[in-house]
Design a protein around this ligand. Structure first.
Ligand code: SAH
Length: 240
């Protein structure tokens, strides 16, 4: 079973939103599992502190490598990658979420304060992953985002697999716009083609809209799409 372990100073935040809707149902149905480790439990002092002042001076506090190591070493690894959520990490992508969802799970490390002593990353073979170019107060919401992106790709968690295949990023493009009833909303109509019943025309329209949206909103994705063509997923290979 796909298994996430989260190391955090705030274990009570979990499962939080990860227990809502289809993800919660999936966990109840044993499609995936979650546990947390309270990093504070590995403090070596009566105050329960896990951090200290930065070497070289400056503001804030840094989480100690020795305490993080003890917390990490308490978790059965089971061949799972250890991922530290960090604004300095590699940006999270849908391809990475796919690759992780096909593996045994992950061990997530949530930072607080100024972050974690750099030496821990090499010492424990930890990969750093960012959820975007902005700074959060802690890694917990980032870990939830990472886990949610993976878990919804586990077969059986979402109702139908086809709803995943056409989504944003899946083929290298953003998704086409979606509509539902009522047919008219505040004077705005659903595009005629979607009501035509002509599946080929609808598919063509959606394709054009996906390309147009990607080109105008995300020129970076569009350039990559033009250079590489549609993303193809090989079941036995990590997507690039
Ligand atoms: N001083 C650090 C920021 C620390 S923010 C810096 O400038 O790089 C505190 C913690 O929040 C981090 O250790 C990390 O776990 C989490 N965090 C903040 N922004 C994040 C992001 N964009 N992606 C993933 N984790 C993030």
């Amino acid at each position: 079973m796909w298994h996430a372990s989260v190391l955090t100073l705030y274990p009570d935040l979990f499962p939080g939103p990860l227990d809502a809707s289809v993800l919660g149902r999936g966990r109840a149905d044993n499609l995936w599992a979650l546990d947390t480790v309270d990093i504070r439990g590995f403090s070596d002092n009566k105050y329960g502190s896990v951090d200290d002042t930065p070497a070289g001076g400056g503001a804030g506090l840094v989480m100690r490598a020795d305490i993080m190591a003890a917390a990490i070493d308490s978790v059965p690894r089971n061949e799972r990658p250890i991922i530290c959520l960090s604004p300095r990490g590699a940006p999270l992508t849908q391809a990475r979420a796919h690759a992780l969802s096909e593996g045994p799970g992950l061990i997530a490390l949530c930072g607080r304060f100024e972050g974690i002593d750099e030496r821990i990353f090499e010492a424990r073979g930890i990969e750093e992953v960012s959820i975007g170019d902005f700074v959060l107060a802690g890694g917990e919401i980032a870990a939830m985002a990472l886990i949610e992106a993976c878990v919804r790709l586990i077969p059986g968690v979402l109702g139908s697999a086809s709803s995943v295949e056409e989504e944003s990023f899946e083929g290298g493009l953003l998704e086409y716009p979606q509509y539902t009833r009522p047919r008219e909303f505040e004077g705005r109509a659903i595009p005629d083609v979607l009501l035509s019943g002509d599946h080929q025309r609808i598919a063509n329209w959606r394709r054009e809209e996906a390309e147009k949206t990607t080109r105008t909103r995300r020129p970076d994705l569009w350039e990559r799409f033009l250079a590489n063509g549609p993303i193809r997923r090989d079941k036995n290979k990590e997507p690039k």
